[in-house]
Ligand binder design. Structure first.
Ligand code: LCS
Length: 395
């Protein structure tokens, strides 16, 4: 493998995980579309199961195509190792299964992706897991809610869909002082714009359904660990729970990953212009984008992010009804959930991605009926601006 750890992110994205194919020298990674691997002898099979000999056994517990993607993303995040999963939710639930047991407690961001919260409230609680979802933009809120048995601090920054930021270093300090682990969902930023391990995170997860794949055609996730010990703990649980990835899925994500930096930079440049336009428009109530000086945590964005990303939330005057007029009339963004694709997507979190949260939690987390979320894509920015102008004239 090429030594690219210290190269620029564009070089890393281009060359990460490019192992030369020893059989034919194919430049693109081969797809090992197999569920199982044959042994030369019964003794060899036994040695592989005993861990005495390297080699593949069965795709749920390892496959060269999947491993290539895992190595690539571990390199980009600067972690020890990575484990690819069937979806982002499989990554999240695997981490929870690994580090939470009966009676364990988790503190998390109140406006995380809806199902990341609901799975704790509705499913993990059935096994005796305790939780608090708090405004982690203020790390004091985390400190206030720590319990003796707090095992995980789980944050999203920027948070979905409020675009609130959380200070990763402050959370890592709080977690480590308490003997807990800090897990960061880095989906909104990608390793191009934010590297949580640089600020003390223990585990980083992604929904690779989003920008890492970037082509709106695969559901996928990944878990990256800071050190070998954590990696092996997660691996044991993932391999036995079975939320692993498929070789073809890995190949597609690897293919999408090659243009990650290009796509993110283009979408981010579009987002900065759209956010500035929305902020100056008389029919817009508020806009949240970390690249605006009006973002309450603009300084934190400058300190821990290498760019401001492609996600914008805003509310137009007239609240939910007026927001629906925008969503029903845009021509270029697709009215759909998900984010981070090559194309712009617009959606209404209160009734869509975060519909599973109860009304009180949504209100407390700032997920109002008027909030519209825009994932900015790689289109010509002038077309996006014209589209928004046209829609705003309708309300
Ligand atoms: N983490 C974040 C920050 C997400 O936004 C999502 C999905 C997930 C994890 C879960 O990943 P999945 O299992 O879907 O691969 N977010 C979505 C969203 O905002 N709209 O649709 C899906």
């Amino acid at each position: 493998m090429k030594d690219i750890q210290n190269k620029g992110i564009d070089t890393q994205v281009t060359h990460c995980g490019t192992n030369p194919d020893r059989t034919y020298g194919s430049a693109a990674p081969p797809i090992y579309q197999t569920s199982t691997f044959s042994f030369e002898s019964a003794n060899q099979g036994a040695r592989r199961f005993a861990g005495e000999e390297d080699g593949y056994i069965y795709t749920r517990i390892g496959n060269p195509t999947i491993n290539t993607l895992e190595e690539a993303v571990a390199t980009l995040e600067g972690g020890y190792g990575a484990l690819a999963t069937a979806s982002g939710m499989a990554a999240i639930t695997t981490v929870f299964m690994t580090f939470l047991e009966q009676g364990a407690h988790i503190v998390s961001t109140d406006s995380v992706y809806g199902p990341s919260r609901v799975v704790v409230e509705k499913e993990f609680s059935r096994f005796g897991v305790k939780y608090n979802f708090v405004d982690t933009a203020n790390p004091e809120e985390i400190k206030k809610h720590l319990r003796v048995n707090t095992k995980l601090i789980y944050i999203e920054t920027p948070a979905n869909p409020t675009i609130k930021l959380t200070d990763i270093q402050a959370c890592a300090d709080i977690a480590h002082k308490h003997g807990a682990l800090l897990v960061v969902d880095n989906t909104f930023m990608t390793p191009v714009l934010q590297r949580p391990f640089d600020f003390g995170a223990d585990i980083v997860i992604h929904s690779m359904t989003k920008a890492l794949n970037g082509h709106t055609d695969v559901v996928a996730g990944i878990i990256i660990s800071r050190n070998e010990e954590l990696h092996l703990q997660v691996r044991r649980v993932l391999h036995s729970m079975g939320g692993t990835m498929d070789p073809h899925q890995s190949w597609l994500v690897l293919r999408g990953l090659r243009t990650l930096a290009l796509r993110v930079k283009k979408a981010q440049s579009n987002a900065q212009k759209l956010a500035g336009f929305l902020e100056g428009h008389p029919k817009v109530e508020w806009v949240r984008y970390p690249g605006l000086q009006s973002h309450p945590q603009h300084q934190l964005a400058l300190d821990q992010m290498k760019g401001f990303g492609f996600m914008i939330s805003f509310e137009v005057k007239g609240g939910g009804e007026a927001g629906r007029t925008i969503m029903n009339n845009v021509e270029i963004p697709t009215l759909a959930v998900s984010l981070g694709g090559y194309e712009s997507l617009i959606q209404h979190p209160a009734s869509m991605t975060h519909a599973g949260m109860d009304a009180k939690s949504k209100e407390k987390a700032g997920i109002t009926d008027g909030l519209v979320r825009l994932s900015v894509g790689c289109e010509d920015v002038n077309d996006l601006l014209d589209d928004l102008k046209h829609c705003l004239a309708l309300i």
